[in-house]
Design a protein around this ligand. Sequence first.
Ligand code: AMP
Length: 193
Amino acid sequence: MPRLLIVGPQGSGKGTQGVRVADALAIPIVSTGDVFRANVKDGTELGLKVKAIIDAGDLVPDELTSAIVRDRLEQVDAAGGFLLDGYPRNVGQVGDLDGFLSGRGEQLTGVLELSVPRAVSIERLSLRASEQGRADDTEEAIAKRLSLYESETAPILDVYRERGIVDAIDGVGSLDEIAQRISAALAARGIPG
Ligand code: AMP
């Protein structure tokens, strides 16, 4: 059963590629960023709590984020596997996720690390800012998110590398080329099995 995580700096294309992987494997994609954005848009209690944090490019507190993911993974459609996008984002969240999954006798089976040079990330994010008008795609918030990625998120890859479950994917190229690299890496791990 594929229990996957896709990781990469903002602008690496992980959202786009994540959707493709999830579709191909018929597993739900669990994106904390999407959950937060939907709540902000709908003006829910959660949305009101996290809006300022997200707009500034900061991280939502671990406790809140991990509780949301736990609830989501307990839903029936995630029983046959899932693809996490944007969570875990720091080493504390890795611990939260490990605790939750090990309680079910499970663990992550694969981590896709999408890498792109910083200049490419910035270029793609600026393009998205003009196309989609995301409130957190200001120059300042982008810089904050990229530096948080390096300081907080990149270290989670060391943890997963030690477990031998990380595949590094070159994130520069056409959408199809990158998707091809991802499916080759998954196939080498016997996914889909
Ligand atoms: P994303 O779409 O993954 O770039 O997420 C957008 C924003 O949501 C981030 O900049 C954070 O403010 C918040 N967010 C998403 N996932 C997490 C997470 N795992 N931990 C904390 N904050 C998160």
